[in-house]
Design a binder for this molecule. Structure first.
Ligand SMILES: [Zn+2]
Length: 334
């Protein structure tokens, strides 16, 4: 059995095993790319890719926010397998954003490799948790790969967000929740909607991604900044979900005029929805993350039970050490 070679390339990696070469979350001339999802840190150089394999959700959330498209693509469904010379490729739910995928690679000599991309191993209101499968090699993200990143239960985070939104309404303030346009915004809108709040999305990029989620059956009933009854909603008590507060403010100013906007601006209260609100960064907000936390990463790796784990992202070195301490041979990918 030869060994797996992994080399950093652009926003991802080039994996080589025997005669098989695959680009993971990056575009490399002449190679096939396995694209786990369409967040901007996973899509470098895709125009170079010879062929892209991803889910419908990944291609659609990509195209919702960009003008380029791909001619040579294969749409794969979760739990379906795509065979090419030397390897069978199965897409598995990653629980991170719509369509997000982990790739299980089964080489013809029997070697199994799991590439997680970004993943979340707990259920959210909009995404199902990623489930581990046993493989020989695990290539895992390590975003929250140190012990300071242990998140409270999602239910508790949800309750805290709703409680704050309620308090803001009572105090006649306008809460603005900052969340990434793909994935987190849709979770925040679903949560706030379920709490009975009138939700306004603050950016067209959120609106575009929401329309893809709606096509996939999600019930998102937010208003946009273009809604004709915007001031009525704000006066009656609404919450804003924004992926860029600067753009949201510019757009509100343009829509309402500077004078009217100034009355609302004075009422705005900003909150971040991110794992980084914990620990050393201590931003004002709530630790709502689309990634597994430290304990989640350890638990997932131990259930995959690999002979070797490769850890990527900036905490790769730290997570490798913790996995090794837990009896899993692990190496950072740098
Ligand atoms: Zn991501």
């Amino acid at each position: 059995m030869s060994t797996v070679s992994l080399k950093k390339s652009g926003s991802g990696f080039l994996l080589k095993y025997g005669d098989v070469k695959l680009a993971l979350d990056t575009g490399i001339k002449g190679e096939t790319t396995l694209l786990t999802h369409s967040h901007s840190d996973h899509i470098g150089g895709l125009k170079n890719a010879q062929h892209i394999i991803a889910t419908k959700g990944t291609f659609e959330t990509w195209q919702a926010r960009r003008t380029d498209s791909f001619s040579n693509k294969t749409i794969i469904k979760h739990d379906d397998m795509f065979g090419q010379i030397g390897v069978n490729i199965t897409a598995l739910n990653a629980g991170h954003v719509l369509g997000s995928t982990m790739f299980l690679l089964e080489f013809h000599d029997g070697l199994k490799v799991l590439y997680t991309g970004d993943f979340n191993n707990v259920d959210s209101l909009v995404h199902r948790a990623a489930k581990p499968v046993e493989t020989d090699v695990l290539i895992t993200e390590a975003t929250y790969g140190t012990p300071q990143w242990v998140f409270p239960k999602r239910k508790v985070v949800y309750e805290d967000i709703l409680e704050t939104a309620t308090r803001m309404m009572e105090e006649e303030r306008i809460p603005l929740f900052h969340a990434y346009s793909l994935g987190k915004s849709q979770e925040a809108i679903t949560l706030l909607q379920s709490g009975g709040f009138s939700v306004i999305s603050g950016n067209t990029s959120i609106d575009k991604v929401c329309s893809v989620y709606q096509q996939h059956g999600f019930d998102l009933q937010h208003q946009t900044l273009q809604s004709h009854n915007l001031t009525k909603s704000l006066d009656e008590g609404a919450v804003i979900v924004s992926s860029s507060s600067r753009h949201t403010i510019d757009n509100l100013k343009r829509t309402l005029g500077s004078k009217v906007f100034a009355q609302y601006e004075a009422k705005l209260e900003y909150f971040n929805l991110s794992g980084w609100t914990l620990g050393k960064f201590r931003e004002r907000g709530f630790p709502l993350s689309a990634h597994s936390d430290f304990n989640g990463l350890l638990k997932f790796a131990s259930e995959v039970n690999p002979r070797v784990a490769y850890c990527f992202t900036e905490n790769g070195r730290a997570l490798s050490k913790h996995l090794s301490d837990n009896g899993i041979h692990a190496v950072p990918l740098e």
